[in-house]
Design a binder for this molecule. Structure first.
Ligand code: CP
Length: 297
């Protein structure tokens, strides 16, 4: 894989092979060593899970990794992102993991980075978060491997969610039986690539095997929208009561970070049905599979 930019670049076979490889790493703890490779993490937007799991994934594969301190890099002196990537490439770095608040920045960098550099998208604006979709699907398949019979419900700010976008693409690719996206009208996207929309939490959750709760992006809300958080909570929060609309024992997922008491209650996030921390655990193995596939290309 030359670059890892979005789910749509993958075939079903390629997506399943990445997930299988992640399961292999998790099960066997047999990690090959790729000491000749190297990776740089460039996170222009805050991150805990994605940045640290890409770093751990590299370390577990014996890949030298640098976390570029962007606050003190020469970009603060006006150097462009493209020149930063070319500079890292000239030092022998082969993979750059990029997170940015603007859509398609990793795609743009992939066009200008040169032959010996590989770009990995760690989340670009509201567009895509492909490694998150793969680790989420891995977590689902660990408990519920029969994807064609599954109903997945996603609730929250679907319109601005790169997690929801990438999950739609992967659900289409792998043939998820039913995908329902639940959101109040202001957070409904104009179009979906897969699944259907509803504004009713009860109807959307009914019969769901998996419930994925999206983060309320308070930093964006304060700047751009006047959505009443109490009203959102009243109609869309995942609580013990609203979780009961889903199938008994439904998996509870959240990409993180969580706003406890806003989109999800603590007793649900920490409850027996929650696999939120398994998602985080699987993120390391999934990113090992991605680094290996990109690094070997
Ligand atoms: N899910 C996710 O992308 O989390 P971070 O922002 O902590 O990386």
């Amino acid at each position: 894989m030359r670059h890892f930019l979005e789910i749509d670049q993958l075939t079903e076979t390629e997506a399943l092979a990445l997930i299988e490889r992640a399961f292999f790493f998790k099960k066997t703890k047999a990690y090959p060593a790729y000491r000749q490779s190297s990776v740089a993490n460039l996170f222009y937007e805050n991150s805990t899970r994605t940045r640290i799991s890409f770093e751990l994934a590299a370390l577990q594969l014996s890949i030298p990794v640098v976390n570029v301190d962007l606050q003190h890099s020469s970009e603060q002196k006006g150097e462009s992102m493209a020149d930063t990537i070319r500079t890292l490439s000239a030092m022998g770095i082969q993979m750059a993991v990029i997170r940015h608040k603007e859509e398609y920045i990793p795609h743009t960098l992939a066009k200008t980075c040169g032959e010996s550099m590989h770009i990995i998208n760690a989340g670009d604006g509201t567009h895509a978060h492909p490694s998150q979709a793969l680790l989420d699907m891995m977590t689902i398949m660990e408990k519920k491997p029969a994807l064609a019979g599954l109903k997945i419900a996603v609730v929250g700010d679907v319109r601005h969610s790169r997690v929801a976008n990438s999950l739609q693409c992967l659900s289409a690719l792998l043939g998820i039986g039913e995908l329902v996206l639940i959101a109040p009208e202001p957070w409904q996207p104009v179009a979906l690539s897969y699944g259907r929309l509803t504004s009713s939490l009860q109807e959307g959750l009914s019969g769901a095997d998996v419930v994925m709760c999206l983060r309320v992006q308070r930093e964006r809300l304060l700047a751009e929208e006047h959505l009443d958080l109490d009203d959102y909570r009243k109609h869309y929060a995942l609580t013990r009561k609203t979780l009961s609309y889903a199938k008994k024992g439904a998996m509870v997922m959240h990409p993180g970070p969580i706003n406890r008491g806003v989109e999800i209650d603590s007793d649900v996030a920490d409850g027996s049905q929650s696999v939120i921390l398994q998602q985080v655990t699987n993120g390391v193995f999934m990113r090992m599979a991605i680094l290996e596939a990109v690094g070997l290309s």
